[in-house]
Ligand binder design. Structure first.
Ligand code: SF4
Length: 396
């Protein structure tokens, strides 16, 4: 069996999907009757899991008491506005800014010389280049020898693709690096704490990100079970992966057990990719970091270590990168922070599909293919037709 065949099985096997669905319903009913829990809230941390949930209508398969909520797992959505603003300034001052395509239209909260995204900066003469990888930026910068910076957005999945070239010393002198890297387990903890503080239905299970865990391993997620008594399952990205992960979480809730399990065994191990982790540790150090609209989350970011300061654009260009301590870096009316913390749905935002659409994003969650608002806008919020219709003023 090839990897393609395996993924196809996890995507299209209706018989298995039906079986797992009935297990989910069975456990939800047992939990309601025997454990007297009326509502079960499960967070899928990762933007790609939200994509699968919505694209394949997973929410419509859930029993009424199981609520699937989206989490903070979209790196573009949570990158503080100040990084975009400073990158726009550099681009307009003639420094080439390399950026991934999904952050190209990411709106800043303050306009810089009329531009509020790198896309707009380019349209008024700024130097911006969209690249697929840090290595592409390295190659291009070597050729053109222009003063340039790379905007290093991402989670643990992307971090080794930055740290390895930096460690190998293949970054040319004319290319500097801005680290906006963020770490995922501290953000999951934060979302759990916020729901608790606000007295809301607590998050009772976490579907942990598969790609991130391929790097960091499943081990770091044990903090959720040990410290908060919350089961977590590292999941793959096909619909059957998600159904299996939900079934495993419900089984743990029913049995009163909180553990960390791996559903995505075809990719993720307990320890993760040791070499990638070593490289990340060699190049970066952990810091308290700002998440857009949310504010500071302890130990949730990575910055270059002292020995790599010579390639740090923040030092070199004296960038005014201050972490947004109060999280006031969303445009007025945007509920993106509530959505990334699982406190609201895109359709709760009065601007959804009105002032804010994928073709003209107003807030950060409408930009990337991993942004919850962008996913709901494209695929309809997991079959919640009434919600979408209401948000555009239709009676159903
Ligand atoms: Fe923000 Fe747009 Fe989402 Fe509303 S629809 S929360 S404005 S990104």
């Amino acid at each position: 069996m090839t990897i393609k065949d395996i993924e196809k099985y996890y995507r299209t096997n209706k018989e298995s999907a039906e079986k797992i669905k009935s297990i989910i319903h069975k456990y939800a009913e047992k939990i309601r009757k025997e454990r007297k829990i009326e509502k079960i809230k499960i967070m899928n941390f990762c933007g790609t899991h939200e994509w699968t949930t919505v694209h394949f209508g997973i929410r419509t398969l859930m029993p009424p008491q199981v609520e699937l909520i989206a989490g903070p797992g979209c790196p573009v959505c949570i990158t503080p506005s100040i990084y975009i603003e400073e990158s726009i300034k550099l681009a307009l001052d003639g420094v080439t800014v390399y950026v991934f395509g999904d952050a190209y239209k990411l709106p800043a909260v303050r306009r810089i010389k009329g531009a509020n995204s790198l896309f707009e900066a380019k349209s008024i003469g700024g130097k911006v280049k969209v690249v697929y990888s840090f290595l592409d930026a390295i190659e291009d910068a070597k050729k053109n020898k222009e003063e340039s910076v790379f905007l290093g957005i991402g989670f643990e999945t992307t971090a080794p693709s930055y740290s390895i070239p930096i460690e190998k010393n293949i970054v040319p002198e004319n290319l500097k690096f801005i680290s906006t890297l963020r770490l995922t387990p501290p953000a999951a903890e934060y979302a759990i704490q916020i729901a608790q503080k606000m007295g809301l239905t607590p998050i009772q299970g976490i579907i942990a990100p598969g790609h991130v865990s391929a790097v960091i391993g499943a081990k770091p997620w044990t903090i959720l079970s040990k410290k908060y008594g919350i089961p977590s399952v590292v999941s793959g990205f096909e619909p059957i992966d998600l159904l299996l992960s939900i079934a495993l979480i419900l089984r743990m809730i029913y049995r009163g057990k909180a553990e960390t399990l791996i559903e995505y065994k075809r990719v993720v191990s307990w320890e993760g990719n040791i070499h990638a982790q070593k490289s990340m540790r060699n190049v970066f150090e952990v810091i308290d970091a700002g998440w857009r609209g949310i504010g500071m989350i302890p130990s949730s970011g990575l910055r270059l270590k002292e020995k790599y300061k010579k390639i740090d654009a923040v030092e070199d260009y004296n960038l005014a990168i201050r972490e947004e301590k109060d999280g006031k870096d969303l445009p007025p009316g945007c509920l993106c922070a509530h959505i990334t913390l699982g406190l609201a749905k895109p359709t709760d935002c009065p601007l959804f599909m009105k002032a804010c659409k994928p073709s003209k994003p107003y807030g950060p969650c409408m930009v990337s293919s991993e942004g919850t608002c962008a996913i709901w806008a494209r695929f309809g919020g997991g079959g919640l037709v009434e919600d979408i219709a209401k948000s555009i003023g239709l009676e159903v």
